[in-house]
Design a protein around this ligand. Structure first.
Ligand SMILES: [Zn+2]
Length: 404
């Protein structure tokens, strides 16, 4: 049930493969020193490989969503319902006009978490923090096979192998280190599948990046992955990381590793310890703060709403698809609006929020109404998490233009 709900709502901004995809039971060597590796900054810095201080990235491709667009980019954090002032900035940030043009992050040692990625300047919401080509990129079929992982590793050049082998290995000794490192650091690409593509790497799977592997976890993350599948042999896949909330200079850049974000703190910590070998110290996990005090209750409410929505969807498919009854859409729309409000309060304004707007548009169409408002909100979030020129943004912008 949970996996299906997660798929429907994209309940995590990005995810690494769960431990059950590994070939052995996870052994926790040193829970207090998770993601710690033997790598030093100098081992990573090289003209052939991602450096510890991220080089400039070029702006994404030109976009036809101009300043005259009706896209409500500035009200991304606004909800039609009451907003918890403690959780949302009083002046919700607009989307950065320009994507990253200069380095804005670097790898540093952290206290108790091994290495981490930190902002070297103030980063606006909507900024492309960095992009890199994966060291290894595998299809759904290949990612299950130790042989495929090892073959991909052996195809790397010497410098890349050195960078790869310096990454954190949660399962030290239990499996081949090349395989252990892959499962300890890879990101799922399932959410970025392109229907009809000939390339198996565009149908989900996973990938691992040198710099991406240095991002630590938070249940209240500030960046998320947007995976760009390879378009032709000369244009390999790319991992893009967008800041969907502003990040102050010196603050750590954090992503969400797991799909259990709607569980309470206690259960989440058990999962982190078992699957990743650490305990989380984010503002949702560690007391005392006003945010922490409300977080468990909000996440519990979100979980109930998502379960209810799954039931309402089944009910619709069973009874209403052939002979729609508009009154049946009122409850799911109310549940989704409540979910939107809770996500904003929990600062989870990336993929889960995008999927809520997508669902709101779907149910609005089922009610026989025009979903423009929800599509505009979906586009605003999509721009924030994937850039103005991404295929997601351009597709949605095209849809809105057709409706205009
Ligand atoms: Zn946490």
């Amino acid at each position: 049930m949970e996996d299906r709900l997660v798929e429907q709502f994209g309940a995590f901004s990005l995810s690494r493969l769960p431990a059950d995809k590994t070939t052995s039971i996870v052994r926790i060597d040193n829970p207090s020193a998770s993601k710690q590796s033997t790598a030093t900054s100098s081992e990573i810095g090289s003209e052939h490989t991602p450096a510890t201080s991220v080089p400039s990235t070029s702006p994404s491709s030109p976009c036809n969503i101009g300043s005259t667009s009706t896209v409500p980019t500035a009200d991304i954090a606004l909800s039609p319902l009451d907003i918890d002032e403690t959780a949302v900035p009083s002046n919700p940030p607009g989307v950065s006009e320009d994507e990253t043009e200069e380095s804005c992050c670097e790898v540093r040692e952290t206290a108790g978490k091994g290495q981490g990625l930190f902002a070297t300047r103030s980063i606006k919401a909507g900024t492309l923090v960095f992009k890199e080509s994966p060291l290894i990129n595998l299809s759904r079929q290949e990612e299950k096979s130790s042989k495929s992982i090892k073959a991909a590793f052996h195809a790397l050049d010497r410098t890349q192998k050195k960078v790869y082998k310096a990454l954190f290995d949660l399962q030290k000794g239990d499996v081949d280190p090349v395989v252990g490192i892959y499962y300890s650091n890879c990101y799922s690409t399932d959410a970025f599948a392109i229907e009809g593509s000939d390339d198996p790497l565009a149908h989900g799977g996973s990938c691992i990046g040198a710099l991406a592997s240095r991002i630590n976890h938070s249940c209240v993350p500030n960046v998320c992955l947007f995976y760009v599948p390879p378009t032709d042999p000369d244009k390999p896949a790319e991992m893009h990381f967008y800041a969907f909330r502003p990040i102050a200079k010196g603050k750590e850049i954090l992503s969400n590793y797991n799909k259990h974000m709607f569980n309470g703190t206690k259960k989440r910590q058990q999962i982190f310890l078992h699957q990743y070998g650490f305990t989380c110290s984010c503002e949702a996990c560690v007391p005392p703060s006003a945010f922490w005090a409300k977080s468990d209750k909000r996440r519990g409410e979100m979980r109930k709403l998502i379960e209810e929505l799954a039931g309402l969807e089944q009910e619709w498919e069973k009874h209403n698809a052939s002979s729609p009854r508009p009154e049946i859409v009122r409850r799911p729309i109310a549940a989704l609006v409540a979910l939107e409000s809770l996500l904003v309060k929990e600062k989870l304004i990336d993929r889960p929020l995008r999927n809520v707007y997508k669902s709101l548009a779907k149910w609005t169409v089922r009610a026989g109404e025009v979903p423009r408002t929800w599509l505009e909100k979906e586009l605003a979030v999509t721009v924030l998490i994937s850039g103005k020129g991404s295929r997601w943004s351009l597709t949605l912008d095209g849809e809105l233009r057709r409706q205009a």
